[in-house]
Design a protein around this ligand. Structure first.
Ligand code: FAQ
Length: 311
């Protein structure tokens, strides 16, 4: 019995053999990976903006330097991810052009404003917490370069999450006004964080195929459930209340039941109509344009060095 190329490919996936850049792969596998990896890269870049907003206003020198290095880490993650997408034949210029024109997606979460210092705690604790839950399984994703990029990214994200939790803990152990600030931030970020995992499985057009190709190791709903189960005890430890009246421990499933995400809000943000979509894209385009001289200088320098070594 002769296996087709596609069947051989699936057999390798099923045996947990990593797919590498020069291996044969179905066009649709390549396409979905470029889609997911480039969206992930864009999220890292746009994700720098909400926190970048607080670098100049961090409450101490120590907090400022920690936040600065966290935001720099996100830039690094974006670069590993663009490189991983390039191994599939995607061009970086094209990926960035698609981000800047509004054609490409990035995570909905970064279209919400960061209004108080407690938001830096909440973003680290909840948003990085969600990112880790999603990304640890991606260390075992079927495409080699993506999986390897995720290993370092996850180590750095763990540090980010701990620093966010520590900000929350400091606020919660502080004055009543500080604790109230932490609660207010949690109230605003809880539901948007649950949206990070994507639509419900029944409404997710990509999940089934991506699970089959072992690009995704868990479905959107599975990860959302894990997130709630992980975060509720942490909120209780902090003395904070999760803003969901339907949250209830379910002994039978050994997990929490929780309320329904506002999917209308989710799709509205994904379509570009969230609170900060226009601001975020505007800031990104401006940074790219203002950085043009750096790219030109780097190219001129590389050309000069090449000329010198050839002489
Ligand atoms: N926002 O069929 P599915 C970070 C789109 S963490 C916007 O379920 P899929 C770290 C989706 O693209 C955040 N769009 O899609 C950080 C698809 O549209 P398309 C980034 C969303 O791919 C922390 C359509 O809806 N992490 O950056 C969202 O199987 C703090 C249908 O959805 C990643 O990207 C959403 N939330 O599952 C940085 C992780 N959800 O493409 C700074 C890798 C869905 O067909 C500070 N990505 N859509 O036009 C993934 O795991 C997956 O792509 C999912 C979506 C789970 C996001």
């Amino acid at each position: 019995l002769e296996l087709t190329q596609e069947e051989q490919f699936q057999a390798r996936i099923d045996a947990d053999v990593r797919i590498e850049p020069k291996d044969w792969m179905p066009d649709a596998y390549r396409k979905t990976l470029i889609r997911q990896i480039s969206q992930h890269a864009h999220s890292e870049l746009v994700g720098m903006l909400p926190e970048g907003n607080w670098i100049t206003r961090a409450p101490s020198l120590k907090r400022k330097s920690i936040l600065l290095s966290k935001v720099q880490d996100e830039a690094g993650h974006g670069l590993y991810l663009y490189s991983a997408a390039e191994t599939l034949g995607a061009s970086r210029d094209q990926m960035l052009a698609d981000l800047h024109s509004g054609k490409a997606k990035y995570s909905s979460i970064f279209n919400y404003p960061t209004l108080s210092w407690a938001d830096m705690g909440t973003v680290g604790w909840l948003v990085d917490g969600a990112a880790i839950l999603n990304q640890v399984p991606l260390c075992r994703t079927s495409y080699g370069p993506y999986a390897r990029a995720m290993v370092r990214v996850c180590k750095e994200e763990s540090f980010h999450q701990r620093q966010g939790f520590e900000i929350m803990q400091t606020l919660c152990e502080g004055a009543p006004e500080q604790k109230a600030m932490a609660q207010e931030a949690l109230n605003r970020w809880w539901w948007p964080t649950l949206m990070m995992f994507g639509p419900k499985d029944a409404d997710s057009p990509n999940t089934a195929q991506s699970m089959n190709w072992r690009i995704k190791r868990f479905t959107n709903d599975e990860l959302r459930q894990k997130f709630v189960d992980m975060m509720v005890p942490q909120a209780e430890f902090l003395g904070l209340t999760v803003p969901d009246p339907n949250l209830k421990w379910n002994e039978a499933k050994s997990g929490y039941d929780f309320g329904e995400v506002d999917w209308e809000e989710f799709w509205n943000v994904v379509k570009g109509n969230g609170m900060c979509n226009k601001d975020r894209l505007g800031a990104r385009v401006k940074a790219h344009e203002e950085g043009a001289w750096v790219r030109e200088a780097a190219l001129a320098h590389a050309a000069k060095r090449k000329q010198r070594t050839e002489q």
